[in-house]
Design a protein around this ligand. Structure first.
Ligand SMILES: N[C@@H](CCC(=O)N[C@@H](CS)C(=O)NCC(=O)O)C(=O)O
Length: 142
């Protein structure tokens, strides 16, 4: 069954992937605009994030678009064609499944987050509009 699912997604990536990439290209979302200082802080925070992905995977496209929407500069690694990235994903995360977000904490420890929905949820919580509103509320309270 697992093999069938893999084959199904491989077929989707081969056939639908290039079409999705083209649609993604012509409908690239506009990123949110932040002031320079705020964007610098976010750029610093996102240095601890790495997105392992396949170029034509629809779930990866969804996550990349969301990161673009939030103006997040997250390093991406090609776990499909780059053997080093693929090995990192397998040994670190435990399986070859993308998208997978690697979060490195200050102690240099990695956490591997699978599932596009969970990744998007995490990005929203950390860098989304709600986060900005929370920061503004904190700023006005103090
Ligand atoms: N439910 C997962 C689905 C992810 C998924 O199925 N990804 C496929 C690529 S489209 C995968 O990693 N397949 C492994 C493989 O082809 O080796 C999500 O939303 O992130």
């Amino acid at each position: 069954m697992k093999v069938m699912i893999r084959l199904f997604f491989r077929l989707i990536r081969r056939i639908v992937g290039p079409i999705m990439l083209f649609i993604d290209w012509i409908t690239t979302p506009r990123g949110v605009q932040r002031d320079e200082k705020e964007q610098e802080k976010i750029d610093l925070d996102t240095q601890n994030l790495t997105l392992y992905q396949f170029k034509t995977c629809p779930f990866c496209i969804k996550v990349r678009r969301h990161a673009k929407r939030l103006s997040l500069n997250i390093e991406t690694r090609d776990a499909q064609h780059d053997p080093i990235s693929r090995t990192q994903l397998l040994t670190g995360g435990g399986e070859i499944k993308v998208p997978c977000l690697k979060l490195t904490n200050e102690a240099g420890e990695d956490r591997w987050m699978y599932e596009s929905r969970e990744i998007i949820h995490y990005l929203d919580a950390q860098f989304g509009a709600a986060q900005n509103t929370n920061n503004e509320q904190h700023a006005t309270r103090h």
